[in-house]
Write a new protein. Structure first.
Ligand SMILES: [Fe+2]
Ligand SMILES: [Fe+2]
Length: 233
């Protein structure tokens, strides 16, 4: 499965990854990336995303910052997570629209193609020698890995998955559960919370870093406020 994903991502990604790398390079104001450049990049990527995706990206960033603070991470790490979380799905820009927008469930092949957004995102964001983009590349690549090893693209488990990605995973799943998707209705906050903490047959608590999950549980009401638009972070 991994080999096929790599093959497919190389095929799909050929033009799109190169185009995104050129786009990112243009945002540099000096030889290296400054935080201001990455801030501009974030707003450009959000602006070229459709409205639903843009909302998801901004909310995931807000949740991720709350968790990073709750875990007591240093200011630099929090800033890296701030940038990285909003870029986590950048690889989807290389996925064909007919798959992204498909109503109903994916075929096996479509699912494999969709899952390559992790590999493509990691590829788009690496090699800029900028700490913000290095963490962003890490998050793009690993945000669908799961603590119990059942995720993709590599099936990593536990602390082999970078903490930044483990934080974004719970934020991403919460937001996906709350949102309407072509294959599912939106869940209330309480149903999403129960799915994450107790499992619903699809999402399981074993998917998440226990430490990150505990922070999420502590902060869960704020997640609801962010989702419903009542909390600015
Ligand atoms: Fe994703
Ligand atoms: Fe996402």
């Amino acid at each position: 499965m991994i080999d096929i994903s790599h093959e497919i991502s190389r095929e799909i990604g050929k033009g799109a990854v190169a185009a995104m790398k050129r786009f990112i390079h243009r945002e540099k104001s000096t030889d290296s990336f400054q935080s201001h450049d990455v801030e501009v990049l974030l707003s450009r990527v959000t602006a070229i995303s459709d409205e639903v995706t843009a909302g998801h990206l901004v909310r995931v960033r807000k949740y991720a910052i709350l968790i990073a603070e709750q875990l007591g991470l240093g200011e630099d790490t929090q800033t890296q997570i701030y940038f990285a979380s909003q870029l986590h799905d950048i690889g989807k820009m290389a996925i064909p629209q007919e798959i992204l927008q498909k109503p109903g469930s994916f075929t096996r092949t479509e699912k494999v193609i969709m899952n390559t957004h992790t590999l493509l995102g990691g590829e788009m964001l690496r090699d800029y020698h900028c700490p913000y983009l290095e963490v962003a590349a890490e998050v793009a690549l690993y945000h669908h890995e799961r603590w119990d090893g059942t995720g993709y693209p590599y099936g990593l488990s536990g602390e082999a998955i970078p903490l930044s990605a483990r934080i974004v995973t719970v934020c991403d799943v919460y937001d996906a559960l709350r949102s309407r998707r072509p294959y599912k209705d939106c869940y209330s906050h309480d149903v999403a919370l129960t799915a994450i903490c107790d499992g619903d047959g699809w999402t399981l608590p074993e998917h998440f870093d226990p430490q990150v999950l505990a922070a999420f549980v502590k902060l869960n009401r704020w997640f609801d406020d962010i989702y419903t638009g009542g909390l600015e972070v």
